[in-house]
Design a protein around this ligand. Structure first.
Ligand code: S3P
Length: 263
């Protein structure tokens, strides 16, 4: 056997080790999920990820191909997150709520925790139209924007394991609620008008409140929408005074209960 053949054989053995390690790893991920589920432990334990990152950094310290190996691990960890997400939910998660209720923030957090893809409806529509939401309202009118929302909700039904972050007004249309339900579970994030005010007061991309950024106006508009929001929601999560981790953990536990995956 010449040297090249020997090297190739050794490489094959390396691949076998990697392959078996990966298969074993994925099985352990599922075992951990099952253990957490049957022992009532929180699903999200971000400190564990921090530990893994630190471990890898120290293992790779001074090694050649450090960046390449880190790249592979990033991919492995993301895939483990996807396995967890698929185990937990076989549908899309649709987030609704008033402007500033935390839909975008919670979407991003879920996406980090579970490597889930996020569809930020406002952003997608603005991108497709090539203009900001405020400009769409001004140039084409609100109805045009609402139609775009309906179309996007229908389009998303072909996907799985996505987080769909709706615009604040999306559930106001009855047909939108029906399209949301075909996507998956609808989660309403709620907050007090005072909390909403604090979160939106410095932004300028919400035409409906741009000239009325004050608690009484926000409170009145929220009241007008309350009934439709509540009717659309499968689950309601109060966000006041909670951090992202607490909100997401509560959301996951509610979804699991709803799907009969925990008692
Ligand atoms: C709207 C909320 C906005 C955006 C548009 C209309 C509404 O989305 O869709 O300005 O009717 O409440 P956010 O809730 O993401 O700010």
């Amino acid at each position: 056997m010449d040297k090249l053949e020997r090297l190739r054989e050794t490489l094959e053995r390396c691949d076998e080790v990697i392959l078996n390690g990966l298969l074993m790893r994925d099985q352990i991920i599922e075992d951990i999920m099952a253990y957490k589920g049957s022992n009532g432990l929180p699903i999200l334990q971000p400190e564990q990820e921090t530990k893994q990152v630190k471990w890898l950094e120290s293992e790779l310290d001074g090694k050649r191909h450090r960046e390449e190996v880190k790249d592979v691990f990033a991919c492995i960890w993301d895939n483990s997150k996807r396995i967890q997400a698929r185990n937990l939910f076989d549908h899309n998660i649709v987030l609704i709520g008033f402007m500033g209720a935390g839909k975008s923030t919670i979407s991003k957090y879920l996406s980090t925790m579970f490597a889930m893809e996020v569809i930020e409806m406002d952003q997608v529509i603005a991108q497709r139209e090539g203009m900001s939401i405020s400009d769409i309202f001004e140039v084409h009118g609100e109805r045009y924007f609402r139609d775009a929302e309906t179309d996007l909700l229908i389009e998303m039904q072909a996907k799985r394991n996505m987080v769909i972050s709706c615009g604040g007004g999306t559930p106001m249309r009855e047909c939108n609620v029906a399209e949301m339900k075909k996507n998956g579970r609808v989660v309403l994030l709620s907050a007090k008008p005072e909390t909403i005010y604090e979160r939106v007061k410095d932004s300028h991309d919400r035409p409906l409140i741009e000239d009325n950024k004050n608690v009484p106006f926000i409170s009145e508009l929220m009241e007008k929408r309350r009934e439709k929001y509540t009717a659309a929601a499968d689950i309601v999560i109060q966000t006041d005074g909670k951090n992202e981790l607490q909100i997401c953990e509560e959301l996951i536990q509610c979804l699991l209960e709803m799907d009969g995956k925990v008692k």
